[in-house]
Ligand binder design. Structure first.
Ligand SMILES: [Zn+2]
Length: 207
C-alpha cells in the first residue's frame, strides 16, 4: 500500500509567509539614521579563539586595528588562535575569497596589538580596539584581492554602525617599540577614505 504524505501543508506555508513578513518588517523598520540591527551585510563564520580577556570597565571601543596574518588562510590563522602557546587572537579574519571569521566577541578584549600606543598616547590598544586580521603572507608581493577588500569594507561599515569608531589604524602605527611591526603591508588605505574616519598607518612620527 502506498500512502502519499504531503511534504508541506498549505497551513504551514501560510505560517511561513507570516513569519517572513514579520522578519521583513523588523529588518526595514528603523529609528534614526542607523541601519537596523537585523540588517546583516556580511556572512560571518564563528571560529573561536582561546586567548581573550574582559574589556576594562567603562571602556569605549573607538579604534579599529588592521593586521596581516603572515600566512595564507583563515584556517591557518584560526589554528594559531586556538594554539595554547600562541597567546594571540583577533576579533575577525578576512580571507582572500572574502570570507569572514569571527574569533572573539567584540565585547571582549582580543590579543592582537601587543605592546602598543595610539597617536594620542593611549597605551594598551587592545583594550579599546577591534582587531581585524587580513589574510596575506606579508612578503610585500602577496596581492590584496578585490573580494577581500570588499568584505573588509563591508565589515568595517558594519562596525562603524555599532561603535563610535574615531580612528582606523595599522598595527605598524601602534606597535611599540616603533618598527616592531609592518602590517598590514602595502594595504590600499585609499579604499577606506570614504568612511570619513581618520586613518593612521605607516610608522608614527617621533614626538
Ligand atoms: Zn599585526
Amino acid at each position: 500500500m502506498c500512502r502519499r504524505i504531503p511534504l508541506v501543508r498549505a497551513k504551514d506555508i501560510v505560517r511561513a509567509r507570516v513569519f517572513i513578513a514579520v522578519i521583513a518588517f523588523a529588518a526595514t523598520s528603523t529609528s534614526g539614521s542607523r541601519l537596523p540591527r537585523l540588517f546583516i551585510p556580511v556572512a560571518i563564520t564563528s571560529y573561536p579563539a582561546i586567548h581573550l580577556s574582559p574589556r576594562p570597565n567603562n571602556t569605549t571601543v573607538d579604534t579599529i586595528v588592521l593586521h596581516h596574518t603572515a600566512n595564507d588562510s583563515v584556517w591557518a590563522t584560526t589554528k594559531w588562535f586556538q594554539n595554547p602557546t600562541s597567546r594571540v587572537s583577533a576579533h575577525f579574519t578576512v580571507g582572500k575569497d572574502g570570507s569572514i571569521a569571527q574569533h572573539v566577541s567584540t565585547e571582549m578584549t582580543a590579543w592582537h596589538a601587543g605592546v602598543s600606543q595610539d597617536g594620542k598616547g593611549r597605551r594598551a590598544v587592545n583594550r579599546y580596539s577591534i582587531g581585524i586580521e587580513l589574510v596575506n603572507r606579508g612578503d610585500g608581493s602577496d596581492p590584496w584581492t578585490p573580494a577581500q577588500l570588499k568584505a573588509t569594507i563591508l565589515l568595517i561599515g558594519a562596525l562603524l554602525r555599532d561603535f563610535p569608531i574615531r580612528q582606523i589604524v595599522s598595527h605598524e602605527f601602534v606597535a611599540r617599540p616603533v618598527g616592531r611591526k609592518n602590517d598590514p603591508i602595502n594595504f590600499p588605505w585609499n579604499t577606506l577614505t570614504h568612511f570619513g574616519v581618520p586613518l593612521h598607518f605607516g610608522e608614527p612620527k617621533p614626538n
